[in-house]
Design a protein around this ligand. Structure first.
Ligand SMILES: Nc1ncnc2c1ncn2[C@@H]1O[C@H](COP(=O)(O)OP(=O)(O)OP(=O)(O)O)[C@@H](O)[C@H]1O
Ligand code: SF4
Ligand SMILES: [Mg+2]
Length: 322
């Protein structure tokens, strides 16, 4: 396939958040105008701090939440969230690894039941091969085939997370959305899972949307990166371009805060770390304005547009001049 496997354009989603019995509910704009392109066998990482809208984006891609605005194209065709056949198509071709995936297992279902369920949706795996496939995937995530009869409570938290990852991988989906899949795992298991994901990508051409706080892992596995803040796209582009020549003040602050990443060009941005604790702005201007060391008057009342700078897209009024 030559074209991209997934394209999003202007995805937006808001939620009504209750403020008590007699107060009007508050509208939270969880994501706003998110666009990206995912090629086959590519990894796009989504980074940003807590509350930046990454899980909301993951749930929209997986069809768990519907967007208020925007489009999703699968292999060039628009996906309608309201059409059963499109919903089924996404469920067959796309699997989500939930944030805290170990908690999403059915406590009463032995592991093989959890792993068989996605195989029923996949006509490419004949029924007589289910057992072989389940054993293979359990071994790949570092568990033993005989453990397939165990119930979730008989595993440790990290092992439960591996079962949830196996559930996403077992039916060989084309796209995997992984929402912080490594967060509860120790470093050696993290490496094992990353190698497994890369191996699957090489052998089966799987594409990943990978959500993570770990910028070291992101740098290692990604082709592209989408940097989010306050629900909005701050910067998007190829990983080397964004990490070596970040064009957005927030990307610079984010990279400068991680020891060991390439950041020669970032020294002057160290000052931004000192004000990283300030809150996110929710008014009409740039969401980053209260933390930004180069904010101007315009930034307080106008939301910046997505602007091409070098090889990447940057949402900043002063993109290319800072
Ligand atoms: N169902 C919901 N109802 C109300 N507000 C919501 C809902 N889901 C998300 N939000 C709000 O949307 C914003 C984005 O949340 P989201 O969970 O997508 O962020 P995140 O980047 O995944 O954060 P985390 O690091 O905590 O996982 C937050 O302000 C959150 O409170
Ligand atoms: S638009 Fe203004 S406040 Fe936002 S990142 Fe750019 S300079 Fe900073
Ligand atoms: Mg999340």
């Amino acid at each position: 396939m030559s074209g991209p496997i997934l394209v999003t354009s202007g995805l937006s989603k808001s939620f009504q958040s209750s403020r008590g019995l007699f107060k009007k509910p508050l509208t939270v704009q969880a994501i706003n105008n998110i666009s990206f392109t995912l090629g086959q066998a590519e990894t796009l990482s989504v980074v940003g701090e807590t509350g930046s809208g990454r899980t909301t984006l993951a749930h929209i891609l997986a069809g768990i939440n519907y967007p208020d605005q925007g489009m999703l194209l699968y292999k060039g065709k628009p996906v309608s969230y309201l059409q059963k056949k499109d919903e089924e198509l996404l469920h067959k071709k796309l699997r989500l690894i939930f944030q805290n995936p170990g908690r999403t297992l059915n406590p009463k279902a032995p592991v093989y039941k959890t792993l068989i369920e996605p195989l029923h949706n996949n006509p490419d795996v004949p029924q007589h091969e289910y057992r072989k496939r389940i054993n293979q995937i359990l071994e790949k995530v570092g568990l033993r085939p005989e453990q397939s009869h165990w119930l979730p409570h008989m595993f440790s938290g990290g092992q439960r997370q591996r079962i949830a990852i196996a559930r996403a991988l077992v039916s060989s989906p084309e796209i995997i959305i992984a929402d912080e899949p490594l967060s509860a795992l120790d470093v050696s298991v993290q490496a094992q899972i990353i190698n497994l994901m890369l191996d699957l990508q090489q052998k089966e051409g799987v594409s990943y949307v990978f959500i993570s706080h770990n910028l070291g892992v992101v740098q290692h596995i990604s082709d592209k990166v989408l940097v989010m803040f306050g629900g909005q796209l701050m910067e998007y582009g190829h990983i080397d371009d964004v990490f070596n020549r970040p064009g957005h003040p927030y990307t610079r602050a984010l990279l400068a805060s991680v020891p060991g990443l390439k950041r020669n060009a970032l020294k002057q941005w160290r000052q931004t770390q000192k004000i990283l604790t300030k809150s996110i702005d929710t008014h009409l201007g740039c969401p980053y304005v209260s933390r930004c060391p180069v904010a101007t008057e315009q930034c307080h009342h106008e939301n910046p547009e997505h602007t091409p700078v070098d090889q990447q897209i940057v949402s900043c009024h002063h993109a290319g001049n800072i």
